[in-house]
Design a binder for this molecule. Structure first.
Ligand SMILES: [Zn+2]
Length: 103
């Protein structure tokens, strides 16, 4: 997966289409990402007296298919495709295919 934690991503399909958020978690085995504040679903929560939580309906973030998001480039602020290349000391780095900046 080319997406990393803390990447800015744009959702490209579904109800949150064209919204941008920060990746807070990568679910590698499911090929999904959890994005801060996006793709929220209502979930019924049982009260938990041990945690002093009230029951009810909560909005929680639901993971999004990695194929439904695009990484937003820091340099050009466009949703973009990511490429890989190697530095002189053979480090693998990512670059934006739109503006050619490394990130
Ligand atoms: Zn760019």
């Amino acid at each position: 997966m080319k997406i990393r934690q803390n990447d800015k991503v744009m959702i490209i399909s579904g109800k949150d289409k064209s919204k941008i958020g920060k990746v807070v978690r990568i679910l590698k085995d499911k090929n999904k990402v959890l994005i801060e504040g996006l793709n929220k679903v209502k979930k019924h929560v049982k009260p938990n007296p041990y945690k002093q939580e009230q029951g009810g309906i909560k909005d929680i973030e639901s993971p999004v298919e990695a194929s439904n998001v695009k990484v937003v480039c820091d340099a050009c602020a466009n949703p973009t495709k990511i490429g890989y290349r190697y530095t002189e000391d053979h480090k693998k780095i990512r670059f934006c295919k739109k503006c050619d900046e490394n990130f």
